[in-house]
Design a protein around this ligand. Sequence first.
Ligand SMILES: C[S@@+](CC[C@H](N)C(=O)[O-])C[C@H]1O[C@@H](n2cnc3c(N)ncnc32)[C@H](O)[C@@H]1O
Length: 386
Amino acid sequence: MRSYSYINSAKSILEQYNGEIPLAVWLKSYFAANKKYGSKDRKQIAHLCYSYYRLGHAFKHHSIEERLLLGVFLSSQNPVFVLQELRPEWNEQIQRSPKEKLELVQTSDELNKIFPWQQQLSSDIEVDAFATSFLIQPDVYLRIRPGKKSLVEQQLSNAQIPYQLKGENCIAVESGVKLEDVIAIDKDVVIQDYSSQQVLTNLQNHLITKQKFTAWDCCAASGGKSILLKDTYPNAELTATDIRESILINLRSRFRQAGITQFNSYVADVSSNGFKSATSFDVVLCDAPCSGSGTWSRTPEQLYFFEEEKIHYYSDLQKRIALNASKAVKRGGYFVYITCSVFKEENEAVVDFLQEKSGLQLLNSTYHRGYQQKADTLFSAVFQLR
Ligand SMILES: C[S@@+](CC[C@H](N)C(=O)[O-])C[C@H]1O[C@@H](n2cnc3c(N)ncnc32)[C@H](O)[C@@H]1O
């Protein structure tokens, strides 16, 4: 295919896609229905589409074609086929940093427009660095499970997969690497973002124990934080709940792989009026549903399609879930509130609300800032019921 065909195919996709389902899922079924694209074509076209959304709300007055070229220039680090033909002078500058490249092409301050919700952004997040991070594809991270480090390093080396150790038990690999055939996922490693791996460090500063204690992961999804908790505190007696049975089926299957056999899991809508847990726990984890704004460089289509009103929707839901869940904390026990959002209304405002309404005392709160290291940004706050 020629460059202009790639541009036209990407343009046609962008005109049809409306952001309702993840772009990766949408593209998969689009390419399955359009067999004429070979694997190289699919890669080029997908890269163009993702690059378009990486611009967020910048360059909105440009045509789709021009935005596709700008997007692919600003968010690629290696020469790109379409630029070779259509903007060879940009390909020569491709290895410059996104900020330098923006200076080459911008007519006004477009960096400020990539992420337009600066009023809602937490003051702990550096605006320019955060906006620039959308132009960079984050890495994929593996958390090595206890006792598996040398095995995992050996397996990656044997398969000649380049990797980088980031701290004791974290490995970064480039996105797109096929890992399933090389490593036992969930048994030996968990695919988990770098910042996501850090969210229990504040709890670990307060709760240092090898003893048994009870823990409830009240928004467990498929159990990423639950497995982290069990690896950190092997004697934790875990209960995992979620509003969706379908995701708990995934959790049970992952737990099987992970060798976690003793646990409770059931469906619970923790936001509902009058919800009350029948049991109380030493530790409650509340990894609440959120805008996901700290993870949008993985899913830049969400940056493009996000509607500001959603921030209030999530904040309200988070307050209801967190307050209901906080009532299940035993005296002396801990409550950990987590989101992958960068909006203060979803984080600092929920912490203030909990301090006012729940009787919990805030011990610490942190942004786990991944935006300058090709990772997600998460927020965590640890409370205690004294
Ligand atoms: C951010 S995800 C949790 C991710 C998970 N802890 C992990 O590490 O993989 C939030 C989860 O909250 C669940 N959820 C949404 N509303 C809920 C509610 N009212 N009660 C309980 N869970 C809810 C969602 O189904 C979703 O799985």
